[in-house]
Design a protein around this ligand. Structure first.
Ligand SMILES: [Fe+2]
Length: 302
């Protein structure tokens, strides 16, 4: 089945969230309050939370910096948002915010062109994604995840893994994210989100595939960009059961030729995509990978 043939059932899971317009209104109210009294730390924290949910990471970092370096949560958030995540143990609370490392201009123009060729070469292999439930059942569930993908061939694996391995070592990415794993499987997948494409909040490390430790997603697209949406949201979580919080998240809008690294056990979401084309190369194209701690058993799905 090609993406053009794929049925598009109606999404039935309600998306309960605070509209961005409401967040912008609240942000203005907080700013007015801070103009009257800039010494209110809680207001700076609230402003930082609003800005990061809106995807304004630089403004969010400035708001957290205004709280001063002696506020554990503000200091953690500031360092995370400027690309220097510190251990979550420094947070000093049960609230946790997923760490990530985001790098722009990741590959040379030559390698980006080779990635495009790799996608073109594997065009016919793209198929609708399936998901694996916590109970280990694998199948297609279009109101949970709607995208297309295929495992990368050997050439694609090397194209992306060579620079990724170099970044892991040179920039100490696992250590900075608080992730450790022994040598093991590395999943590689080419994917595309077309119109209505999305992936609801989820963890990559699920009971059925417990060995996933570090996820990376390399983003690229045709120029000019031919889709809208497709942001990634990292949800805060809370308490020993790591319950995620719907209203508290960090939004990223990844740019062409950028890469994102994050721990596989943290809750994240791909927001809905709008795209007028049915060509997978016009959509939100990525190469996604997971480093495992050891080897998946033959019975485990990829
Ligand atoms: Fe994911």
């Amino acid at each position: 089945m090609t993406p053009n043939d794929a049925p598009r059932p109606r999404i039935t899971i309600p998306r309960v969230e605070i509209p961005s317009a409401a967040r912008r209104q609240w942000r203005e109210a907080i700013r007015e309050r801070l103009q009257r009294d800039p010494g209110q730390r809680e207001a700076w924290l609230a402003l930082g939370s609003m800005e990061r949910a809106l995807g304004n990471l630089e403004a969010a970092a400035q708001a957290y910096a205004a709280c001063g370096p002696d506020h554990p949560l503000a200091a953690y958030m500031h360092d995370l948002l400027v690309g220097a995540p510190r251990p979550e143990s420094t947070l000093g609370s049960e609230l946790r915010t997923p760490p990530f490392i985001y790098l722009e201009d990741f590959l040379s123009e030559t390698t980006v062109a080779e990635i495009h060729s790799a996608f073109e070469r594997q065009r016919e292999a793209f198929h609708p994604h399936e998901v694996t439930s916590g109970g280990g059942v694998t199948g297609r569930l279009d109101d949970y995840r709607r995208s297309f993908g295929t495992r990368g061939d050997d050439e694609t694996r090397e194209l992306i893994l060579t620079p990724v391995r170099a970044a892991l070592a040179e920039q100490r990415i696992p250590e900075r994210l608080g992730v450790s794993f022994d040598a093991g499987d590395i999943e590689i997948e080419l994917s595309s989100h077309l119109d209505h494409g999305m992936f609801v909040p989820h963890r990559d490390a699920v009971p059925a595939v417990p060995t996933r430790r570090l996820t990376f997603v390399y983003y690229f697209h045709r120029l000019p960009k031919r889709y809208q949406g497709g942001d990634i949201l990292f949800y805060d979580d809370h308490g020993p059961r790591q319950l995620w919080i719907r209203s508290c998240f960090t939004r990223l809008t990844p740019k062409h030729n950028s890469i994102l690294f994050f721990p596989s056990d943290r809750v994240h979401e791909v927001t809905p995509v709008s795209c007028s084309s049915d060509d997978v190369f016009d959509g939100r194209t990525t190469i996604r990978g997971c480093f495992h701690d050891g080897w998946m058993s033959p019975a485990q799905p990829a």
